[in-house]
Design a protein around this ligand. Sequence first.
Ligand code: NDP
Length: 501
Amino acid sequence: MPDQKHPKNILTTADGCPIADNQNSLTAGPRGPLLMQDVVLLEQMQAFNRERIPERVVHAKGSGALGTFTVTGDISRYTRAAFLNKIGKQTDVCARFSTVAGERGAADAERDVRGFALKFYTDEGNWDMVGNNTPVFFVRDPYKFQMFIHTQKRHPETNLRDLNMQWDFWSLSPESLHQVTILFSDRGIPASYRHMNGYGSHTYSLVNAAGERVWCKFHFKTLQGIKCMDDAHSAHTIAADRESHQRDLYESIKCGQFPKWRFCVQIMTEAEAEKFKYNPFDVTKIWPHREYPLIEVGILELNRNPENYFAEVEQASFSPSALVPGIGASPDRMLQARLMSYADAHRYRVGTNYQQLPVNKPRCPVMHYQRDGHMSVGQGGGLPNYEPNSFADAPKEAPEFREPGLPLGSDVVADRFNHRIGNDDYTQAGDLYRLMTEEQKSRLTAAMAGALMQVRPEIQQRQLCHLFRADGDYGARVARALGVSMEQHMVSGDGRAVAAK
Ligand code: NDP
């Protein structure tokens, strides 16, 4: 008889063996206990117990989609990145958007920063742009990252999210004020993932074919327009639909309304960075558009829903360490830490060989001497697993991809460099406040006062000092909404109100 495979729609075990009865467990008699021999039942129960992988510690709740990036602007004078070297060139992309603080079951429409992570499957390896919908971040030193996230999660005793923890930390970390201002502004609750911008936030580097480096910031500007919700709209949305942003993204793509973003860069030369008025590698600060205008690079379009959420979104693993030739790191302290911590998180959460899963797998050849580990699909085949070796077909290093040297310019000293000394944490937060309309200022200050109302008075006072330092009107409006007397504050020489010591 010829070999015959069973038809596609036959129910089988995970070993591919047909299942005759999927309704009745195997018992000793009609009332009888189960038999160990019911291997189908055993397999189903055991697989079920293992369905969940650990959720991400941050950005646990997310939505994803697939799409295409098309180059529209030539930046080959800045970068040798092959996927950017020709107008019209297209690269497949996988995107994941998320909230930060909530667990996997959290509602989508909460006030929070949103994750904005992209994986570009380029011919020279995967480039991951792992950003947020805000151009800055709450802290600038990675020592404070874990601490900050603890304040956004549940209190160890009450198991509740806790505004005192949040504002205690923020009010003691003035570098957070810029991001806190964005968080409580209209943009703190995007109407959907389609209606928000994405930012690389950190400074990165670009290196061109001549080996010259510039510093760079990444921007993805929504072509759907910015749309936000106020607190009342958010509460109403959450009451009706906890999955509003997942639903919006999925339904839009399903009905052919493909969201698009304009990818732009800001460029700063190394010489400009040397004499820039503040540290251009400080993730709590932006580069002003007027001095560093946006340069268009291309259009990102999301045009395909994942067929399997778990495989293509939950297991999608993004890391700033996925850098292609022509795009590199910068001295930003937070970026340097993330270069390690993201890939490490995926090795714990998804597994040692997470890069071998289809959604994470590069579309170009992967050749290295790492081997084995949990769930390897046999990367490297029968090629040698050591180097140097004398085999012509074994992978070899490629010195042409070396990056230019970076003079670090300073000695390591016994005292670490205090990032809080000599840093202006107020001007840019104030600039943002001052560019808002009256209505936007009212909504920002009302939302902030609504949260601060629930925290201890000494924390309120400390935070009000920061607001006054950023902008007198900003501080005054929040103080008024809190019913706090403004006599405790005085006006500084330059006319701005500052809090009395
Ligand atoms: P510009 O006037 O050139 O740019 C202001 C930017 O602010 C625009 O990109 C605008 O985005 C954005 N914006 C408006 N409202 C909000 C909000 N509630 N939350 C976040 N962003 C908002 O000024 P500068 O470049 O000199 O920057 C001034 C301030 O603008 C900064 O201190 C910073 O807070 C904010 N900003 C600056 C960015 C930059 O990279 N320079 C990027 C984003 C914000 P849009 O064009 O989409 O309306």
